[in-house]
Design a protein around this ligand. Structure first.
Ligand code: NG6
Ligand code: CA
Length: 513
C-alpha cells in the first residue's frame, strides 16, 4: 500500500516538475516569422515564376527550400488596401478611406481591434515594422505636426519597433521615421507638408523640369517638390538635412531589419519587412545600377533579390534559420509606367511582369492581385513544395490566431480564414472563396471567377493598363483560362447569378468569417 502511494506521489512530483520544462521548451520553439512585403512585384517578375530575362536566385531559394504558391493573393490591386487587409483581416472596401493614401493621411487601422502584429505580441513575440508604411499616421483627420512626436502609427497597432517612411517613395514627406520621431529633425528647419497647394519656395518638377535627374511621365502628377532630383507627389518644405537619398533606401531598411533580427535572435520575433523596391521612383544603389537587362525596373528587382539574400544570410549567421518562417510576397501586381520616364515599358520587351495573367496593378483581373508567395520554414515545410491552394494575405491573422490558439472576437478579423495548414504545405486546400478589389470587386470560388459590372474606362490612360472594368458581368474559368480571355457570362447565366448573389451577401453581411 505504502509503496503504491509513494509511487503515485513520485509520479505527481515528476509531472509537476516536467510541466514547466515542457511549456518553456514549447515557448522556445515558437518560430520567428519574417514577412517580406515587396512593392508592385508581379506574378511574372521572378525567375521562380518563369521570368527568363531576370534572375532572382535568393527569392527562388525560399521556394526551393520551402513552398511556392501559384494561387496566392493580396486583397486588392493597390498598396494601402492590401496592407489594411493584411493587418486587420478585414476587407478594405468595408471601411471608407482605405484607398491609396497621401503622405499626410491619418492612421486608418482601428486601434480597438486585434491586428496581425498585436496578435504576435500577445503570443510573446517582439514585433517590428521596417520599411514602407502607407497606412496613415496620427489622429483621425488631424493635421500631422512632423516636428513633434507623431501620436499614432505602427507602435499603436502592435509593433514594438518601427522604422519606416510614411507613404510611398514618390510622395512627400521624404523622411524616415523611427517609432514616433522623424529622423534627424532640425527645429531650425521645420518640416511642413501639403497635398493641396504649393508651400515654400523650393523648385518643383513642374516649374523646373531641367533640375530633374529622373523626368516625370506626362500627366501623372509626379511634378511637385523636387527632392534628390526627383519630382514628388505633394509639396514639402524644411527638413533639408533629414531627407532621404533614394539610392540608399534599400540599404537603410535592410540594416534596420538586420539589427532587429540580431537584437532579438533569442526571443521569438515577428518582422514585417516592407520593401520600397520595386515601387517608383526606381532608384537602385550604384551596386545594382545598370546590372539588369531591363533598365531601372530590372535593376531594382536585382536589388530586391539581393536584400532577400542578405536576410537569409543573417538567419544563417544567427543560426536561427531552421525555426524561422520566412514569407516573401507582394502588395499588388506589376506596373511599368507609374509616373516616371524610366523607360520601363520599352526595356521590358521579352519580359511579362504579370506572367500569364491579364492586367496588373490597379486591375480587377488576376494580374492585379495574384502575386508571388514563397515560404520557407525548414523545421516544418517540406522543400520544393508547389501548392495551388487558394490563400490570401488577409488570412495571416486568423491563421496565426489558430496557430497560437488565440480566440478571435466575433467582430475581429471578420474576413480572415485559418489556412495555416495550406500555408505550411500540410494541406492542398485553402479558402473556399475570395473577394478581391481592383476597381471592380470580384469573387473567386474554386476555379470560377466573377467580376461585377463596373462603369469606367477599360484601359487606364496614364498607365496604359487594363482595369477590368466592364459594364457587363464577367465570368472566367481560371482552370482553363488563367489569362481571363474568354468571358463565359453569357454562356452560364445561372453561375453568374449565384456568384453575384454570393458576393452581395458577403458585402451586405459585413463579414465573411
Ligand atoms: C498612384 C500614383 C502612383 C503610385 C500609386 C501608389 C498617380 C497618377 N499615380 O496614385 O505613382 O504612387 O498611387 O502605389 O498619382 S501603391 O503601390 O502604393 O499603391
Ligand atoms: Ca504597391
Amino acid at each position: 500500500m505504502f509503496q503504491k502511494k509513494q509511487w503515485f506521489l513520485n509520479a505527481v512530483l515528476a509531472i509537476a516538475l516536467l510541466v514547466p520544462a515542457f511549456t518553456s521548451a514549447q515557448k522556445k520553439q515558437k518560430p520567428n516569422v519574417i514577412f517580406i512585403y515587396a512593392d508592385d512585384v508581379g506574378y511574372g517578375d521572378l525567375s521562380a515564376y518563369g521570368a527568363a530575362k531576370i534572375s532572382t536566385p535568393n527569392i527562388d531559394r525560399i521556394g526551393k527550400e520551402g513552398i511556392r504558391f501559384t494561387n496566392a493573393h493580396t486583397s486588392s490591386a493597390t498598396c494601402t488596401p492590401s496592407r489594411f487587409a493584411l493587418m486587420t483581416g478585414k476587407y478594405p472596401w468595408r471601411q471608407k478611406g482605405t484607398g491609396v493614401l497621401p503622405g499626410d493621411a491619418s492612421l486608418i487601422i482601428p486601434t480597438d481591434h486585434i491586428t496581425l502584429p498585436a496578435l504576435f505580441q500577445k503570443a510573446g513575440y517582439k514585433t517590428a515594422s521596417v520599411g514602407k508604411w502607407h497606412l496613415g499616421l496620427g489622429e483621425s483627420s488631424k493635421h500631422i505636426n512632423w516636428n513633434k512626436p507623431i501620436t499614432k502609427g505602427p507602435n499603436e497597432v502592435g509593433f514594438d519597433y518601427a522604422y519606416f517612411f510614411p507613404a510611398t517613395s514618390d510622395r512627400v514627406p521624404t523622411v524616415f521615421v523611427e517609432n514616433h520621431e522623424v529622423q534627424g529633425l532640425d527645429q531650425n528647419d521645420p518640416i511642413e507638408v501639403d497635398y493641396s497647394k504649393k508651400i515654400g519656395d523650393e523648385p518643383t518638377g513642374k516649374e523646373n523640369p531641367e533640375l530633374l535627374k529622373l523626368p516625370a511621365s506626362p500627366n501623372h502628377g509626379h511634378n511637385n517638390t523636387i527632392v534628390n532630383g526627383i519630382g514628388r507627389i505633394g509639396w514639402m518644405t524644411g527638413g533639408k538635412q533629414t531627407r532621404w537619398t533614394d539610392e540608399e533606401i534599400a540599404h537603410v531598411f535592410l540594416s534596420k531589419a538586420q539589427q532587429f533580427m540580431e537584437d532579438n535572435s533569442k526571443a521569438p520575433f515577428f518582422l514585417y519587412f516592407s520593401l520600397n523596391d520595386i515601387h517608383v521612383p526606381r532608384m537602385p544603389s550604384s551596386q545594382f545600377k545598370g546590372k539588369s537587362e531591363m533598365g531601372l525596373r530590372g535593376d531594382v528587382i536585382l536589388q530586391m533579390d539581393w536584400t532577400v539574400g542578405e536576410i537569409l544570410k543573417k538567419l544563417d549567421e544567427l543560426k536561427i534559420a531552421d525555426n524561422t518562417l520566412i514569407i516573401f510576397s507582394s502588395d499588388n501586381g506589376p506596373v511599368l509606367d507609374d509616373g516616371y520616364a524610366d523607360r520601363a515599358v520599352e526595356l521590358a520587351k521579352g519580359h511579362s511582369p504579370a506572367g500569364p495573367l491579364r492586367g496588373g496593378k490597379y486591375s480587377a483581373f488576376e494580374g492585379g492581385s495574384r502575386v508571388p508567395w514563397l515560404a520557407r520554414w525548414p523545421q516544418t515545410i517540406k522543400p520544393a513544395t508547389v501548392s495551388d491552394a487558394l490563400i490570401c494575405q488577409i488570412d495571416l491573422l486568423a491563421s496565426f490566431a489558430n496557430f497560437f490558439q488565440q480566440k478571435l472576437d466575433g467582430d475581429d478579423a471578420v474576413d480572415s480564414f485559418n489556412v495555416m495548414d495550406a500555408m505550411i504545405g500540410k494541406s492542398k486546400v485553402g479558402r473556399g472563396f475570395l473577394i478581391k478589389q481592383g476597381g471592380a470587386l470580384s469573387i473567386t470560388q474554386g476555379t470560377w471567377k466573377y467580376i461585377e459590372p463596373r462603369d469606367g474606362k477599360a484601359i487606364a490612360e496614364l498607365t496604359n493598363t487594363e482595369t477590368g472594368n466592364n459594364a457587363k458581368p464577367q465570368l472566367y474559368d481560371l482552370s482553363k483560362d488563367i489569362g481571363e480571355k474568354i468571358n463565359l457570362a453569357d454562356k452560364y447565366p445561372a453561375k453568374v447569378k449565384t456568384m453575384a448573389a454570393e458576393l452581395e451577401k458577403i458585402r451586405s453581411e459585413g463579414r465573411s468569417r
